[in-house]
Design a protein around this ligand. Structure first.
Ligand SMILES: Cc1cc2nc3c(=O)[nH]c(=O)nc-3n(C[C@H](O)[C@H](O)[C@H](O)COP(=O)(O)O)c2cc1C
Length: 346
């Protein structure tokens, strides 16, 4: 996720049990490679393997060059972005805009696969719009060109991030493809992870927003899939230590000034749904130095320690209650769970 999955955050996610993490997207346009932002996105020092770098662009030759350039700088897997719906990316006919041009998709994946001797993976949406779902065709094009694995965000480009995830399409892709398929979209709990895996038959799950602010989700899912039991939430003390360690890595990576600005989005996400979040948000927005951010975090966790030994999220249980209701057919109106109704009907 651009702006989120920088190297310090990826390393944290791997410490918390993620088996794999992909870099923020890197533009294929070489004029951008000298900028501080792109240089940071290509910096993998100390990162645990496999190092996967995502590239974005619409010109096969430039994408091939970008793939080679990143492999020379440590990438062990190249991922191609055909999922981003952002205007800035789609106006350059890249990201999910490519899904409307299957011939160009074929040219890009073939050029990138030919250019490097590491695995090339592809990230897509289900199509350009609900009337133009072509994920199964794209999957065939990708595997014919030698793509090693495919991640599918179960929404179309037009759907952006709204509406139910079409796991039925992800399942259709999995059934049609010979290469591994990752299911992606709105996976935020261990129970949802189990059900998406069971329904789609996917080989892996890809998790974005659910882990932002809750990187322990990875170990919680791993534990749940292995044992069927929920791992307790982290203790307040452990969460504080993990966040402070993340901040240390983060400031070292970005420097103090930029680091303080970018850390706000992580700190907001860590504390959403915890007691004292509103006051903390105000304090973090006002904090202009690393010391002030550390002090605000310490005050926040002091307050939380009085609430109990472990983190207790305000939204705990809400999602799963509605999910279980739906499963039993008792609450068919819940818009959040329509994918499951579609799945049962399919
Ligand atoms: C802030 C943000 C940035 C994102 N950046 C990227 C990106 O650079 N490359 C990509 O393939 N997907 C990107 N995505 C999409 C996510 O990888 C993922 O497909 C989508 O959020 C659905 O999964 P989720 O519900 O688990 O978040 C981004 C999503 C968000 C919210």
């Amino acid at each position: 996720m651009a702006g989120v999955t920088d190297r310090p955050f990826r390393m944290l996610c791997k410490r918390m049990g993620a088996g794999y993490a992909v870099s923020e997207m890197v533009a294929s346009n070489p004029r951008l490679w000298g900028t501080d932002r792109t240089r940071r996105r290509m910096d993998h020092a100390g990162e645990v393997a496999p190092i996967a770098v995502q590239i974005a662009g619409a010109d096969p030759a430039l994408m091939a060059d970008a793939a080679r350039y990143n492999v020379d700088r440590g990438a062990q897997i190249i991922d191609i972005n055909m999922g981003c719906p952002a205007k800035k990316v789609c106006n350059a006919a890249a990201g999910s805009a490519l899904l409307s041009n299957e011939r160009l998709v074929a040219e890009i994946v073939a050029a990138v696969v030919r250019a490097v001797d590491v695995p090339v993976t592809l990230k897509i949406r289900t199509g350009a719009s609900p009337g133009e779902r072509n994920a199964v065709t794209i999957a065939r094009i990708a595997e014919d060109a030698g793509v090693a694995a495919l991640a599918v965000h179960g929404r179309t480009r037009a759907c952006l991030f709204a509406g139910p995830v079409e796991f039925a399409t992800v399942r259709a892709v999995k059934r049609a493809a010979r290469i591994p398929v990752f299911a992606n979209g709105d996976i935020t709990t261990p129970e949802r992870a189990r059900d998406v895996l069971a329904y789609t038959g996917a080989d892996a799950l890809m998790i974005g927003r659910g882990a932002h602010g809750r990187p322990w989700l990875f170990r919680e899912i791993t534990h749940f899939l292995a044992t069927g039991a929920r791992l307790p939430a982290p203790t307040v003390d452990e969460a504080q230590r993990a966040i402070v360690e993340h901040l240390g890595d983060h400031y070292a990576f970005y420097g103090a000034e930029l680091g303080v600005r970018i850390a706000r989005r992580h700190l907001h996400r860590y504390t959403e749904q915890l007691t004292g979040a509103a006051e903390f948000r105000t304090a973090i927005n006002a904090a202009e130095s690393t010391d002030a951010q550390y002090a605000a975090v310490a005050r926040f966790f002091e307050g939380l320690a009085g609430e109990g030994e472990r983190l207790r999220y305000g939204d705990d249980g809400a999602e799963e209650a509605s999910f279980v209701d739906n499963f039993r057919g008792a609450a068919q109106r819940s818009p959040r769970q329509t994918w499951f109704r579609e799945a049962l009907a399919a």
